[in-house]
Ligand binder design. Structure first.
Ligand code: GCW
Length: 833
């Protein structure tokens, strides 16, 4: 074997080792990368950090804490801490333990809430020790992560004395995973938990996910879809759930399950699931006993009943309290809780009745039951009254339950927010809900003061980066940080996340922080502003634009736009009375058109298109302008990110760039679709003359077509001119003559990429092939529609008047190599290179 000569190697080898992660980051370690600190910082920490670690307990979470500390210090400082069994008399050490253990050894203590921690530098007979004390075992773990975070962020640990306790005791995630490995509304690949009806054989990813959760202080995880399969409580699966619990336990994360209310019948073989029937009471009790025998630290259940086709207590004329309590009483002796979802509504509502209003449902279903729920029932309330839309007011139910425990449910997975293909940082939106003052009894009562638990619908998957978008990780990070301390600001959160995830190069930091902080407003601008909701295809994939999808059906997400006006009258005076579900002070704000904030005006009022907003703009002009602003802004995101080449590791640089360029293209699709729709409906022109006019655009249907056939697209607004050309032959071409001035131009090809085929495209100028690509993306549609609409930019083509541009499409499978239009422009996307 070749032996390296040791003298000259170590320094270079060390540098190479340090350099590697910069070029090959997959995002797997998210904010827990422990990237090497720069030399000066590392030297400082090395000088002040003890070389020894002592854990006062041998139990699991402390052991994880100790291992994490070693891993983190090794990564950041290139030094391996030595484990000692006991505190050394004359050498500095880092000591991990609960407050009780620390008190016994150091005779110092502090007041902490459960899960809280204390980072404390102290001296014993002149020797310095750093204490990481937890109120309980989990607190030791959280303190360790906090300590490592401080080092990663370059904060001083010299004379440290910091206490933190979480503001809410229960901080859980829900994973809408199915037993076959699919995830409802998951965009980061298949389940990390389940595969083919069983827990995955290899649960390494679950363990690593537990580590990520613990780093944020998240202490529970419901590992299956709330549209629950009763089988999860069956004798085959309980041991499987126990295996998953084993993988999460080292990180202090309790496992929980979503359950089906019909289980006593479907699974238990009873002839009823009536919550008041003694047989049903006994069934739940014995089932829960069985679960706790397998998993003694099991967290509890999540229950979606009487909603979206799930069975519930209404079958027997019972109340939600009856339903929640029968399960709660089974869990109670074991210390378990039940999260009962407030997301209960009728999805078969008559849209013709102007009094019907889905937004009222949660409050109407629950407020009369206040006081009837057992104390281990927590009503899990989505942030808004509809369903995770781009903007909603805070759910009035938060203010309607005086005697009942409440949880806020936030959606980390970006169902209505571009499904991880768009970057949208949700923390600013969540904070609006959490900080919203419900003015209960005319006193300051922000939502965050009313909720005792946080639940985030996370839906990570097997994708290396967990969500298939590096930027989306910031939403899990932000959820966890807010669940721990709802008073942190969005900027603080994103700044931390950013530095831990990408490092602290000031240019990168500024670009990403600006991008993330503006991204929600940007997304709202090019989707559904003014409280219109997302305007997406709500009866299909919840992804592409489909303005009318929410109208004239029972799902109740109506915006009620017609030729005269737009918006849903939810006032007490003339509408559905929704605004009356709030306290008088909030009602006053929402009830009158004059007081209502512009951002929610169409959520609460029906107005003519010419209504002037508080900003002075008309509603219709606001719709047009915001869509242009939004699309323009995403183009700047891609441009600004592209300027970071060489400052971010190559892989993540490329992946983020591709994502942002794609998003910039989709923002144009949204812009045109929504604006064209409202233009057609209202008949009012854009004061700035943009809507319906696209300089340099050549519709595919107006080109010279060989074998391509023009077809109408549904809904019409999802393609330019309402029409696409599709290829039914083996190969088709569409060509046109360029009649602009000579010069360098960008050529934008708007084509459709469905998920059931991989078409091939080639573009020629004259006889010269200038670009080719395959439509191999996995977009969530089989149709030629806005979700499939994709963009290819060919930059810097030197064109002359009279040049013939020819696009050749070769379809594959059911996909038809469909084309929408070509644009020849000076500027397109983020740069003119
Ligand atoms: O947002 C909607 C989703 C459903 C989901 C439901 C819920 C799990 O479109 O997929 O079902 O909410 O929260 O129960």
């Amino acid at each position: 074997m070749l032996r390296l000569r040791s003298q000259s190697i170590p320094a270079t080898l060390f540098l190479i080792l340090l350099a590697v992660p910069l070029h090959a980051e997959s995002g797997y370690n998210a904010w827990l990368r422990y990237a090497p600190l720069d030399d000066a910082a590392a030297a400082q920490y090395r000088a002040s950090l003890p070389a020894i670690v002592v854990s006062l307990k041998n139990a699991v979470p402390e052991q994880s804490a100790q291992q994490e500390l070693i891993r983190g210090i090794r990564g950041m400082l290139g030094r391996t801490l030595r484990i000692e069994a006991d505190i050394p008399g004359n050498e500095p050490s880092i000591v991990l333990g609960t407050l009780d253990e620390i008190r016994r050894r150091f005779a110092i203590t502090a007041a902490l809430q459960p899960d809280g921690y204390w980072l404390k530098s102290t001296r014993v007979s002149g020797t310095r020790h750093i204490i990481i004390a937890g109120a309980n075992d989990a607190g030791v773990l959280y303190g360790t992560f906090a300590f490592l975070r401080k080092i990663a962020l370059g904060e001083s640990i010299g004379e440290i004395d910091e206490k933190q306790s979480p503001t809410t005791a229960i901080r859980w995630v829900n994973e809408w995973n199915n037993i076959n490995g699919t995830i409802e509304r998951g965009y980061g690949g298949p389940s990390i938990f389940w595969e083919n009806g069983r827990a995955r054989a290899d649960l390494t990813r679950v363990n690593d996910y537990g580590r990520m959760l613990a780093s944020l202080g998240i202490n529970g995880c419901a590992i299956n879809n709330v549209n629950a399969d009763a089988k999860f409580l069956g004798p085959d699966l309980i041991p499987q759930v126990a295996r998953i619990a084993d993988a999460l336990r080292p990180w202090g994360v309790k496992v929980a399950l979503a359950v089906d209310f019909g289980s006593p019948k479907t699974l238990g073989g009873l002839d009823t699931f009536d919550p008041l029937d003694p047989k049903v009471v006994a069934w739940w009790a014995s089932k829960v006993d069985e679960v706790y025998r397998a998993i003694p630290d099991f967290g509890g259940f999540v229950l979606k009943a009487d909603s979206e086709g799930r069975v519930g207590p209404s079958v027997y004329g019972r109340t939600h309290a009856d339903a929640a309590n029968v399960v709660a009483r089974a869990l109670k002796p074991h210390g378990g809780v039940i999260f009962y979802r407030g997301f209960v509504y009728d999805h078969q509502m008559d849209w013709r009745n102007p009094r019907n209003d889905r937004a009222r449902a949660a409050y109407d279903n629950f407020h009369d039951l206040d006081g009837k729920f057992d104390d281990n029932v927590i009503i899990q309330i989505k942030n808004g009254p509809i369903d995770f839309q781009v903007r909603e007011p805070a759910s009035p139910l938060f203010g309607a339950l005086d005697k009942t425990r409440e949880a806020v449910e936030l959606q980390i997975t970006q169902e209505y927010f571009g499904q991880a293909r768009h970057t949208v940082f949700l923390v600013p939106m969540w904070k609006e809900t959490l900080d919203f003052d419900m003015r209960i009894r005319d006193r300051s009562t922000p939502v965050k003061s009313l909720v005792g638990a946080f639940v985030g619908v996370s839906n990570v998957g097997m994708d290396e980066s967990w969500y298939a978008n590096h930027m989306s990780q910031a939403n899990l990070y932000g959820f966890g940080r807010l669940a721990w301390n709802a008073n942190l600001s969005s900027r603080q959160i994103v700044d931390e996340w950013m530095r831990l995830t990408f490092g602290d190069d000031p240019a990168v930091l500024k670009t990403v922080v600006d991008l993330q902080l503006s991204s929600w407003r940007t997304y709202e601008n090019y989707t559904g502003p003014l409280g219109l909701q997302t305007l997406t295809d709500i009866v299909g994939n919840h992804y592409g634009v489909a303005v009318e999808a929410s109208e004239r059906n029972g799902w109740g997400q109506w915006h009620k736009a017609d030729s005269q006006g737009v918006g849903f009258d939810r006032t007490v005076a003339t509408g559905t009375g929704f605004s009356g579900q709030y306290s008088p002070a909030v009602m006053k704000l929402y009830e009158s058109l004059e007081n209502c904030p512009d951002d929610l005006v169409l959520f609460l009022h029906h107005v003519p298109y010419t209504h002037r907003l508080r900003s002075g703009k008309t509603v219709i002009q606001y719709i047009y302008d915001s869509h242009y602003d939004g699309a323009e802004k995403v183009a700047t995101y891609a441009r600004d990110w592209s300027a970071l080449k060489g400052r971010v590791d190559e892989r993540r640089y490329q992946e983020v760039l591709e994502q942002l360029e794609y998003q910039a293209g989709q923002a144009v699709v949204w812009r045109d679709a929504v604006n064209n729709w409202f233009f057609k409906e209202s008949g009012i022109a854009d004061a700035k003359g943009r809507v319906g006019r696209h300089p340099g655009r050549v519709e595919a249907e107006s080109m010279t077509l060989m074998d391509y056939v023009a077809k109408p697209v549904t809904p019409w607004e999802s393609a330019s001119g309402g029409t696409a050309v599709e290829c039914a032959a083996g190969k088709c071409t569409a060509s046109f003559k360029y009649d602009g001035n000579a010069g360098s131009r960008n050529l934008v090809v708007q084509y459709f990429d469905q998920l059931d085929g991989v078409s091939h495209f080639r573009v020629f100028v004259g006889d010269q092939l200038v670009d080719e690509w395959t439509a191999a993306d996995r977009l969530p549609t089989r149709k030629v529609d806005s979700a499939a609409s994709s963009r290819r930019i060919i930059r810097g083509l030197l064109l002359r008047k009279g040049d013939v541009v020819r696009i050749e499409g070769t379809p594959e499978g059911p996909e038809t190599a469909a084309l929408d239009y070509v644009e020849i422009v000076l500027r397109a996307g983020y740069s003119d290179r």
